[in-house]
Design a protein. Structure first.
Length: 255
């Protein structure tokens, strides 16, 4: 009989990355709608979705964002609410059909919150992952509920360099507890905040950590700088986020 830890890990087929902001003045209503309704009915309940979590970028977190002048993202004061959904392989079509149906049902029941904007809502697929000392496999990171998530967008400097990117990014003493390298697959909703990019070159580095957000961000930036210094990829945008605790409302002025 195999040991319980002998390679048994649920596979990630795709990751839906949803960065959605409410219109100013409707922050609390959006948070209640998304956290009590949409996150579950159109997200976590969809076929193939096996894990999901929400994160927020407060005003203090946004002040740490770098670079601020790349032209990749819009107003740095936006981009407050992030949700991640892990999907099993082969279930993308089912998930999209289910979510579309649920949105239509919510609209018919007058449960659809209109005062929101999709800043960047894409489906990504894994390129590689990292698991630091004491961490969990990337597929379990959302359920582990790490308090800090860092998100860094990079553009590859050449074709077919994913292997070099992963070798520069992972396997070092400052590896995150858990991390994922993702590449864009398709746009889920028309997105307005992240500017046009070449999907073949764009990569998304997610790092989950315990500890203070400023320390996590400093380490993530140093790791990305090593990748950039090696000429493998160019860092185009990054931001730290904090885990959103279910049932805890955040005042609108923290954003």
């Amino acid at each position: 009989m195999k040991r319980p830890d002998a390679g048994f890990t649920v596979p990630i087929g795709s990751v839906v990355v949803a960065l959605i902001d409410p219109t100013p003045g409707s922050e609390l209503a959006f948070d209640a709608w998304y956290g009590r309704d949409h996150f579950y009915t159109a997200g976590l309940a969809a076929p193939g979705v096996f894990s999901a979590a929400r994160f927020v970028a407060t005003r203090a977190a946004k002040a740490l964002r770098r670079p601020t002048d790349s032209g990749v993202a819009g107003d740095p004061g936006r981009g407050s609410h992030l949700a991640l959904y892990y999907v099993l392989p082969g279930h993308d079509d089912e998930r999209v059909a289910f979510a579309t149906e649920q949105v239509a049902l919510a609209a018919a029941d007058d449960r659809l919150f209109g005062e929101r904007e999709h800043l960047h809502t894409w489906s990504y697929e894994p390129v590689g992952s990292v698991q630091g000392a004491g961490g969990v496999p990337a597929a379990l990171a959302l359920d582990r509920r790490y308090p800090t998530l860092t998100v860094i967008l990079v553009d590859l400097e050449g074709p077919s360099v994913d292997g070099e990117l992963l070798s520069r990014w992972a396997g070092t003493d400052d590896d995150p507890a858990s991390g994922l390298c993702l590449r864009p697959s398709y746009e889920v909703m028309p997105s307005t905040w992240i500017g046009p990019f070449e999907p073949a070159r764009r990569r998304l580095l997610l790092e989950f950590r315990d500890g203070p957000i400023d320390e996590a961000w400093s380490t993530a930036r140093s790791r990305a700088a090593r990748v950039e210094a090696a000429g493998v990829a160019r860092v185009v945008w990054g931001s730290p986020f904090e885990a959103k605790v279910v049932g805890v409302e955040l005042a609108a002025d923290v954003f």
